[in-house]
Design a protein. Sequence first.
Length: 202
Amino acid sequence: MFLESTTTKNITVGKRPQDMVYNPANDLFYVVNQLSDSVSVIDELGTLITTISLSSSNLPGSISPVSVTVNTKTDSSKFGVIAVACSVSNEVVFIENSIIIRRENIGKRPIDITYNIFDDCYYVANLISGSISKISNTYSTTNFLNINGARNLGVNEDNGDLYIYSVKKNDISIYDSQGVLKGAIEDVISSIVSLVCHPVKK
């Protein structure tokens, strides 16, 4: 997980880790563990700092965190706030440092989440609902778009454009931050699991 010179280190986290994000506000990594219903917090040296439980239930996967993102806008009041999409409890859990500060109900089977630095909002793909939820930095939640089979999200940080991969249509739709369709990339491969914007090549 960590590469510095030729040194490597393995870290044991929870069951079935699904996603990880680096938090620039505190230099920590956050790993979401789907079957443990938890978030592992790791420092830059590869030390497990703490484990945040998302559930009080003894039933594994009752929350099912599958995707994580972080507010990276340094002048935002929510800079460094972690957002975790939970695919069974149908919610987004917000974490500040290691404290759960809020839970927001969204659509059915949230499967991916991304932060848009352009408008200081979080976007969530809800697979079963076929929708994209938009959560502002004041935690106001709206149904942003209806996209059948929405599975993965990516953001162009230069202009806030949202890239949405649909497993039903096998394409990537491109919308601006106001929800206006700008274009689409058709007939993409069906095994996409993540989208990211290259900061240099755009």
